[in-house]
Design a protein around this ligand. Structure first.
Ligand SMILES: Nc1nc2c(c(=O)[nH]1)N[C@H]1C(S)=C(S)[C@@H](COP(=O)(O)OP(=O)(O)OC[C@H]3O[C@@H](n4cnc5c(=O)[nH]c(N)nc54)[C@H](O)[C@@H]3O)O[C@H]1N2
Ligand SMILES: Nc1nc2c(c(=O)[nH]1)N[C@H]1C(S)=C(S)[C@@H](COP(=O)(O)OP(=O)(O)OC[C@H]3O[C@@H](n4cnc5c(=O)[nH]c(N)nc54)[C@H](O)[C@@H]3O)O[C@H]1N2
Ligand code: SF4
Ligand SMILES: [Mo]
Length: 734
């Protein structure tokens, strides 16, 4: 195909020889784009494209989706199960039977010796929902450890906790279509154009058409901030103070929606009393936003016909993460902005299936937002699975972040890690390393063999990934969408569902509990269990999902039988006069006193260290580090530093520098840019053994999510640049 300069050196797009396109949902971020993978005549995946009639992405894909088919043949994939007696020995190739027997025997050995909860299982937001559900049934129904949690504690835990505190239940109330109705958008700690490029495109399209104000709260001048009408470069970790001050202004100027508050909420008196103390003048000294701007932003939000707030990790990953989410919900509730088109508080989710794990993994409870703490929920699920309800714990176990501290203390002795890489993603790597070294047994189940965490494993199980498997994922707006098995896993690697089913056989010798083999059947079983619940999916099946290019829950069997069309955009969780999930149907307004407990810069460590993401990379780069078209844009670890600070320290663009925190150090390249303030640095966390060597990661008291974005560091110049370049290269795995 030729286009562009047709006369001279025309641009030519290679014909990849695609003979067939197969349907899937993108496996990177939670936007949930519908994707088609092109296969050539040999059945080899050679291309990816967006699906034009899918409501989410309308034919578009971002840089990661466009090259996703290259994952199937990427380097470092696990081809064979591996075994060893000690983690410092070399791996020995194994058979599936031997590796799975070892996993079963070690789980039972550790449990017999140290108690049932001494074996931890850590899951993820990156499996398919049927896989989460099966793992949950296996763990809760047969293995019986209560220390079962996911990497979502690093990601969405604060959003979950905040939604529960405000509304009585988890579950994002809004959807992407809200951008098409809103009159004001505030984005808190979210870099939408890089981290959710297609949600950004939907937002930007709507904004250009309708011209609503965009207000961005972020200490860094992100790509989103560059597009904002008002950018609030907030002092890190102080969003709650700004929220309280905005509410102060809204009440003082009588801009709140008294009718909505009276009809739908509890706690207004306590909230008013608290925010009374947060006048904009005092607040501005803490959060760094001048008093007039606080007033302008508060008025813009309150006076808008419909106002929408979105947020991501700038809020969740903080020692006030859960409070930040409650603060956003408070602002929405006092202005009557929940459940009306364009008026919502929408958490932008992280991983492709972080929502699916919340709904179905049983990590913090039981399937479909059921709680271990509620006897009827335990009874219901036990009966459905054919297990003894007394086998279930009566309350949730430890969060992922607490599990590592329990490993340190010797309470946890064994671990099964599934699709997560804590040695790259948890704060304070040195501490995590020590904890992992103490384990008697560790099993890593990952599609790549070369992960940092596999260093400490005794068993490695090679898994399939993304469209080497079959099943569903739920995106940010509660839309369930299908992934078809387009390729087969390499070598002897197997889909995670297959692995869970084989492990289940070993714990289920008499066959008391049913474990369907096909993902489509697991989905139907989930549908049964979902009847009458918040996330009722009993009207859906795999076929419908592909046909509709995803369906938002709830969609019930009755709706299906009545012939009601499945919801296609615009479906909101709460209605305008919303019945919330607390027993009296009212939402809670919760006062949020602010206690400053972060590690803040001082003389010895004068810079704020902010860590986050880049558009071209995914987390620890096990995937994108091996895809040339992603990796080439940022192949080495770097920091953004303000040019004035760089000049003061005698650092030039491209110099290698050493970052030092109270935990450890890391060598990175300096990239002077005005994106960051003079006392702040931004470090992408994608690179091997780098950002999380430095982070402190204080935990939020409600959600136990780490404050990845607030640590203090100093910068040291490195005299020998050649040696530093070499060191940096050695630290780079791929
Ligand atoms: N390309 C790409 N996309 C991804 C991912 C990826 O790895 N790569 N990961 C996915 C996942 S799992 C997630 S969770 C999301 C994360 O998506 P985002 O949260 O949008 O991304 P981050 O870069 O982690 O952080 C967002 C912003 O928070 C800001 N911030 C830091 N401290 C504060 C603060 O105190 N207050 C406020 N208001 N803001 C602050 C940072 O400056 C940063 O710009 O992205 C998803 N999408
Ligand atoms: N400093 C700092 N640290 C952070 C963050 C930050 O902003 N700053 N963000 C945090 C957040 S929000 C998140 S979500 C976490 C992410 O932290 P991790 O979960 O550790 O991140 P990933 O690198 O995506 O790890 C997923 C692993 O699963 C494997 N995998 C992928 N697909 C499959 C599959 O289908 N099956 C199996 N079995 N394995 C698979 C991948 O190869 C990879 O090793 O990082 C957190 N850590
Ligand atoms: S926006 Fe997210 S879901 Fe869509 S193509 Fe990019 S990474 Fe995939
Ligand atoms: Mo995340």
């Amino acid at each position: 195909m030729l286009f562009g300069r047709t006369q001279k050196n025309p641009i030519k797009i290679a014909d990849k020889g695609v003979v067939e396109w197969q349907y899937a949902t993108c496996g990177y971020c939670s936007t949930g784009c519908s994707i088609e993978v092109g296969l050539n005549a040999d059945g080899k995946p050679v291309s990816s494209r967006g699906v034009a009639d899918a409501d989410v992405n309308r034919g578009k894909l971002c840089l990661k989706g466009l090259f996703e088919h290259e994952l199937f043949s990427s380097a470092g994939r696990g081809m064979q199960p591996l075994l060893r007696e000690h983690w410092h020995q070399p791996w020995q190739p194994s058979t599936w039977d031997a590796a799975l027997d070892k996993l079963h025997d070690e789980i039972r050995r550790v449990q017999a010796r140290h108690g049932p909860d001494s074996f931890a299982i850590i899951s993820t937001g990156q499996l398919l929902t049927e896989e989460f559900y099966t793992l949950g049934k296996l763990t809760r129904g047969l293995i019986g450890t209560n220390n079962y949690d996911g990497n979502t504690t690093l990601c969405m835990a604060s959003a979950v906790s905040g939604y529960k505190r405000s509304f009585g239940s988890d579950g994002p109330p809004g959807c992407y279509e809200d951008f098409e109705h809103t009159d004001c958008l505030i984005a808190w700690g979210s870099n939408l154009p890089e981290q959710h490029p297609i949600i950004y495109w939907r937002m930007k399209e709507a904004q250009e058409r309708r011209g609503f104000p965009l207000i961005v709260v972020d200490p860094r001048v992100t790509m989103l901030a560059q597009n904002a009408h008002i950018h609030l470069a907030i002092t890190p970790g102080t969003d709650v103070v700004l929220m309280n001050a905005m509410m102060h202004v809204i009440f003082k100027e009588n801009l709140h929606d008294q009718r909505y508050i009276d009809a739908n909420t509890n706690g207004i008196a306590e909230l008013r009393a608290l925010v009374e103390q947060y006048d904009p003048v005092t607040a501005s000294k803490i959060c760094g936003i001048d008093e007039d701007t606080i007033r302008v932003v508060a008025r813009t939000l309150a006076k808008a016909g419909a106002a929408m707030q979105i947020w991501t990790m700038g809020i969740n990953q903080s020692s006030h993460g859960s409070d930040g989410v409650v603060g956003i919900n408070n602002l929405a509730l006092i202005t009557g902005n929940i459940g009306k088109p364009g008026g919502t508080s929408l958490s932008i989710t992280g991983q492709c299936n972080a929502m699916g794990t919340r709904e179905w993994s049983s990590c913090s409870g039981l399937p479909n937002y059921r709680y271990l703490e509620i006897p009827e929920h335990r009874e219901e699920v036990a009966k459905f699975w054919n297990v003894d309800p007394e086998f279930f714990p009566k309350k949730r176990g430890m969060f992922q972040t607490d599990i590592y501290q329990a490993m340190e203390a010797g309470q946890i002795k064994g671990m099964w890690l599934i699709a997560t890489n804590p040695l790259s993603s948890l704060p304070n790597t040195a501490r995590i390393r020590k904890a992992m070294e103490k384990l008697e047994f560790c099993c890593v189940q990952d599609c790549y063999q070369d992960t940092e965490s596999a260093q400490y494993a005794h068993v490695y199980l090679p898994a399939g990934t993304w469209a080497e498997k079959n099943g569903v994922m739920t995106n940010t707006e509660r839309r369930i969408n299908l992934v078809n098995p387009i390729a087969t896993p390499p070598g002897e690697a197997k889909p995670d569902l297959w692995i869970f089913n084989r492990v289940a056989e070993r714990f289920n010798r008499e066959g008391r509990v049913r474990f369907p083999e096909r993902a489509a059947d697991v989905f139907l079983e989930m549908g049964e269990l979902s009847k009458g619940r918040l996330a009722d999916i009993s009207g859906m099946d795999h076929e419908l999902l592909e046909k509709q290019r995803g369906v938002q829950w709830p969609y019930t069997e009755e709706q299906m039988v009545r012939g009601e069309a499945p919801p296609q955009g615009g479906k909101r969780l709460y209605t305008e006069d919303g019945v919330f999930r607390y027993p009296d149907g009212r939402a809670k307004l919760i006062p949020l006193p602010f206690i400053d407990n972060n590690e803040v810069p001082d003389e010895a460590f004068p810079f704020w260290l902010n860590t986050g993401r880049l558009i071209e990379h995914w987390h620890g780069r096990t995937k994108t580090g091996k895809i040339g078209n992603n990796n080439k844009f940022s192949p080495i670890p770097f920091i953004e530093i303000n040019p004035a600070s760089a000049a003061e320290l005698g650092i030039r663009r491209g110099d290698y520098v050493r970052l030092v925190s109270r935990r450890s150090d890391a060598v990175v390249m300096a990239m002077p840019t005005q994106r960051v303030a003079k006392n702040a640095l931004f470090l992408p966390f994608h690179f091997h053994d780098c950002a999380n060597r430095l982070t402190l990661g204080l935990l939020d008291p409600h959600s136990r999510q780490p404050a990845f974005k607030q640590s203090a560091v100093r910068i040291e110049r490195i005299a020998d640049q050649v040696a530093a370049a070499q060191l940096s290269k050695e630290m780079r795995k791929f």
